[in-house]
Design a protein around this ligand. Structure first.
Ligand code: ZN
Length: 151
């Protein structure tokens, strides 16, 4: 059996899709077909027990066991991941788990080369700072007016 983490993530994604399908069916009172049940079983058989156990615990709590990472943010809980996580996220390494929500993390394969970790966070911070600085200036000039006018 292969231990390539990318393969495990792929299997987990497949399994999640199948389980969601089965859930939707039973919610509508439709019996899960034997072929679908067999597909789920086959998918589970290909996932290491420890990972499967974690997946089941997450599912039991009504959570996703998998989360895509975009711009260094966990797709499940939307919290920024520690930079060490973001850097080590690569298909040739062990599966990473979100510290906050416990979801398995994977980087969505982009069709064109992008740098998900560069520019964006820095730009956002810069914009915020500029806005704050402007507000501060307005407030200070207002308070100057206020301190003069009561006389
Ligand atoms: Zn998370």
């Amino acid at each position: 059996m292969t231990t390539n983490p990318k393969t495990i993530i792929d299997r987990l994604r497949e399994l999640t899709a199948l389980e969601c399908k089965a859930e939707a069916l039973s919610e509508h009172g439709v019996d899960v077909s034997k072929s679908l049940a067999a597909e789920i079983e086959a998918a589970r058989a290909l996932i290491p027990t420890a990972i499967l156990g974690h997946h089941d615990r997450m599912r039991a709590r009504g959570r996703k066991s998998l989360a895509p990472v975009r711009n260094g943010v966990c797709g499940a809980c939307h919290l920024r991941l520690p930079i060490s996580h973001a850097i080590s996220l690569n298909p040739n390494q062990d599966i990473e788990v979100c510290d906050n929500c416990g979801a398995f993390l994977y980087v969505e394969v982009a069709t064109e080369p992008v740098s998900p970790l560069a520019s964006t966070p820095a730009k956002r911070t810069a914009t915020k700072r500029t806005t704050k600085a402007k507000k501060a200036t307005v407030q200070s000039s207002m308070s100057e007016h206020l301190s003069i006018s009561p006389e």
